[in-house]
Design a protein around this ligand. Sequence first.
Ligand SMILES: Cc1cc2nc3c(=O)[nH]c(=O)nc-3n(C[C@H](O)[C@H](O)[C@H](O)COP(=O)(O)O)c2cc1C
Length: 167
Amino acid sequence: MKKEISHCVVMKESKTLVAFFTKGGATEEYANIIAETLTENGLLVETCNLKNDIPDIAVFDTIILGAGVRMSMVYRRWKKILRQKAIKDKHLYLFLSSGMAADEPDKAVGKYLHPLVEKYGLKPDSLVSFPGKVPEKWAKDENIQKVTMNLDLAKKWAEKIARHVQS
Ligand SMILES: Cc1cc2nc3c(=O)[nH]c(=O)nc-3n(C[C@H](O)[C@H](O)[C@H](O)COP(=O)(O)O)c2cc1C
């Protein structure tokens, strides 16, 4: 089996990992604002794009993982990190970028994230779904809202995480 080489720089003093998998870019934007907000609040944060690397999570205390969804499937590569045994000993926060979350964020969490939490036996401290990007093809329909992303939601979520981790 091919061994994956680590591209994500993991510094010894880092305690918090923000890792994401994206196809359209929304999850990366949310991951960046989350990492930025946690850093502003005094946490030592590493950000990792799972496209290049699946990092070893053992060194982190807090793990924030995000992915997008297409055709009712959360991106498969993201699930590799969910399978690591050490994940069960961590403070875990999961977020999703989805079209459904523009109108029904709780429904998106129930449909896409809860089954994965069950499947991998995870105990996340929080699960959220942020509104993702509207695909160009769909945006041509004039009845469809063109801009749905809301970075402020992710910023507020990260502020809560920072308070929780530091309490
Ligand atoms: C081909 C395609 C299929 C999609 N299918 C779904 C879906 O089944 N459910 C949903 O909630 N959103 C769906 N979306 C919206 C995506 O979740 C949204 O674009 C999100 O931003 C994806 O995350 P990413 O930009 O980080 O890749 C779909 C988008 C595309 C382009």
